[in-house]
Ligand binder design. Sequence first.
Ligand SMILES: Nc1ncnc2c1ncn2[C@@H]1O[C@H](COP(=O)(O)OP(=O)(O)O)[C@@H](O)[C@H]1O
Ligand SMILES: [Mg+2]
Length: 220
Amino acid sequence: RDCERRLRQEVQKYSVELRHAHETERHRVARELHDEVGQTLTALNYTLERMALHSSGTGIEIAKEASSLVADLTSRVGDLCLALRPHVLDDFGLGPALIWLTQRFEQQTGILVELLHDGLAKRLPREVELGVYRLIQEALTNIARHAGAKRCAVRCASSPENLVVSVRDYGVGFQVDRLSSGLRGMDERVQELGGRLTIRSSPGQGTCIRAKIPLPIKAW
Ligand SMILES: Nc1ncnc2c1ncn2[C@@H]1O[C@H](COP(=O)(O)OP(=O)(O)O)[C@@H](O)[C@H]1O
Ligand SMILES: [Mg+2]
């Protein structure tokens, strides 16, 4: 039993390290895409505009066509950066990032999200903001993939002591017996932050994912 316990701890440790490495890599790729690829595309577009100005006849048409392809590519690269690591989370914190995430989710899936957030005007520790953002992102992805729901609700309330998050849908629900990778990842993230995750779901009744995460006490 000792050996099993040790192995479990090892697995958990590696899983935390893997998640950190994954986040660092996403951050790096997003920055590279934004700074290198994004800026080169902007320069390319500018060059094509100049080319159109100095061309005539079909030359102008071709430059305009190329310019519109570049604009399309720029917008795809922008979307990719946001999916990898939304800078709104790093720059403005969890509240604005959740507004952005849920609006984008509604546009992409047609599923209505009721978002209630409270006490998020102040910035929270970076690892809490990122962990909670990823938790809600994964829960919403599950709703789009599995729930067959038309609407759902996201709540996120912060008090000086803790942060309470829930994602509820009114879809098909499922039997929670063993946690598979996505749900286990959510559970591990919350445990890593010292919190607790509960998953309530039953067939036909919808699903509710809830997490309570303690916040560090500020020493004044
Ligand atoms: N909101 C939900 N509504 C219905 N079923 C769900 C929901 N979330 C998860 N499930 C069920 O739990 C399973 C495990 O979810 P998850 O661990 O995220 O894996 P994945 O999304 O990759 O299938 C899903 O395959 C699905 O059957
Ligand atoms: Mg999933």
